[in-house]
Design a protein around this ligand. Structure first.
Ligand code: PTJ
Length: 245
């Protein structure tokens, strides 16, 4: 489907098409369409733009990523379809490995995502693959518990776009610093992460790349001085104000 640029919501519609083609390519799960719809609803209420509270969170996230000993970016089927190229560029340039981690797991889909990310240019893509007894996250009883020994298992900072709350909690309990991207400031993921960016993923990655390239995170607050609750409150207030476009 070709979306005319004159359409007032062209960008959002193009992202929807990306998710649809992700499903057609077999990299996004069918449930991923529902997740995208939830995201769109919140983005609509946010006026489909990056607000100051998200910009602040992006700068803090950049600061955390560049000072990490071993940062890792977790990639699921929606994230790969929406932002495969953007993530591959960030991963290569700043030496942050990508690790495929799926809720609706199948070896076949995992392989397709790895292949797709490599086609997007990513140099380091980790996954569960055929590993025998990979390390697991305590307290999780589904496929998202698996960690790559050179990836999330030894990471100090994990970047989790579009994540389930229970995995976010389990990562925190395992002592990782967690950066989440979630358009819903009320979600368990948003409330559990150390640092939550309430904004649409592809806009977040554009902002993050810009900040990282310019080194503009040098004056970003460290986690000790960062107040995630206040950022979430600001996002919720903006949604409740109901002033759309
Ligand atoms: O590929 P899999 O099998 O690992 O499955 C991935 C999905 C995303 C389907 C799975 O993790 C899932 O069901 O996610 P949820 O519980 O629907 O959560 C998705 C969250 O991400 C919701 O709070 C949405 O508001 C938010 N979201 C959706 N799209 C975007 C988004 N946030 C930022 N940018 C988006 N583009």
């Amino acid at each position: 489907m070709k979306i005319p640029s004159s359409h007032p919501r062209a960008r959002s519609l193009r992202l929807r098409e990306k998710i649809v083609s992700g499903v057609e390519m077999g990299i996004t799960s069918v449930a991923g369409l529902i997740a995208q719809g939830r995201g769109e609803a919140f983005d609509y209420l946010l006026g489909e733009k990056t607000h100051p509270f998200a910009k602040k969170a992006i700068r803090a996230a950049a600061g955390l990523l560049v000072t990490a000993r071993h940062p890792v970016i977790s990639v699921n089927g929606n994230v790969a379809a929406l932002a495969g190229k953007q993530l591959s560029q960030i991963s290569n340039r700043f030496k942050i490995p990508l690790e495929v981690n799926l809720f609706h797991y199948s070896r076949e889909r995992e392989k397709k995502i790895v292949r797709y990310l490599k086609k997007c240019g990513a140099k380091t893509v980790l996954c569960r693959g055929a590993m025998n007894g990979p390390p697991t996250l305590k307290g999780l009883h589904h496929a998202r518990k698996y960690m790559h020994p050179d990836g999330i298992a030894k990471a100090d900072v994990v970047f989790i776009p579009l994540e389930d709350g229970d995995r976010c909690q389990a990562l925190r309990k395992a002592g990782k610093k967690v950066i989440a991207v979630d358009l819903n400031p009320l979600s368990r993921t948003a409330r559990t992460a150390h640092l939550t960016i309430v904004d649409e993923l592809t806009r977040v990655l554009e902002g993050l790349s810009r900040v990282l390239k310019r080194g503009a995170m040098n004056d970003a607050p460290t986690l000790k001085k960062y107040n995630n609750k206040s950022i979430l409150k600001q996002a919720e207030k903006r949604i409740r104000r109901g002033q759309l476009f």
